[in-house]
Write a new protein. Structure first.
Length: 244
């Protein structure tokens, strides 16, 4: 009987261990993904700001060598680099909200457009960001399309509306981001009548994509397009804030 009891206990113990491991894994995945994203951003900002931090340390060397040596400590340089980049980004945002800042940024854009090879990459990225900020004509910005098969649907952003040169039918250029990294994805050309418009905002759609669908509204327009939603452009929102 003792042997039978042991035989019955082993499967239960194995199932319990498996269940706890699975629960622990599901609990750790959000933390792991968050850590991965934050670590990637930290390394990226640190690499960008490292020359600034080193330049700041060299400037202090003339005044106080001790402060310069402290700023060049291996553990402090990455944090100082990230802090300086964040401050610069904030100042850039403040500058972009001013009239003179917009003119300077416009002049910089014009300069970048005249540099060979750079103009292709810089111009394409700038146009993509501009298209995502503005509502396209004749269709909502956040849509569902049949992708990768007619039986499935994917969340996408309409970046531009086109016309078929042969039939005159309206077409939509839809950017379909990947999960959980929305910076990569697919560009699909879809007839407008086969696009399902949603009532989601850009932020809601991005949250849905990055979270793998875990964070979203309780309902969505899957079979039929939603009623047209009047959504102000991001540029209009910023102008309203400035006027206030």
């Amino acid at each position: 009987m003792a042997e039978n009891a042991k035989a019955e206990t082993r499967p239960k113990l194995t199932a319990r261990i498996r269940r706890h491991l699975l629960t622990g894994l599901l609990t750790a995945i959000p933390l792991m993904v968050t850590w991965f994203v934050l670590a990637f951003l930290f390394r990226l900002l640190s690499q960008i700001g490292q020359p600034l931090a080193q330049g700041l340390a060299r400037s202090f060397r003339r005044v106080s060598p001790d402060i310069a040596d402290f700023l060049l400590e291996p553990w402090l340089v990455p944090a100082l680099s990230v802090f300086m980049v964040i401050v610069l980004l904030y100042l850039l945002g403040v500058l972009a909200s001013l009239v003179i800042g917009r003119r300077l940024i416009g002049a910089f854009d014009t300069l970048m457009q005249r540099i060979p090879l750079v103009q292709t990459i810089y111009g394409a990225v700038s146009q993509l960001l501009g298209a995502l900020k503005q509502k396209p004509d004749g269709v909502q910005r956040v849509v569902l399309i049949d992708f990768p098969s007619p039986e499935m649907k994917a969340v996408g952003f309409v970046t531009k509306t086109l016309k078929d040169a042969d039939t005159g039918d309206e077409l939509a250029a839809v950017y379909v981001p990947t999960t959980p990294n929305p910076t990569s994805g697919y560009l699909e050309i879809v007839p407008v009548d086969r696009v399902i418009s949603t009532t989601w905002t850009f932020d809601e759609a991005m949250t849905f994509i990055v979270s793998g669908g875990a964070v979203s509204q309780e309902t969505m327009n899957y079979s039929k397009s939603a009623e047209p939603l009047e959504e102000p452009d991001e540029t209009e929102r910023s102008d309203d804030k400035e006027e206030r």
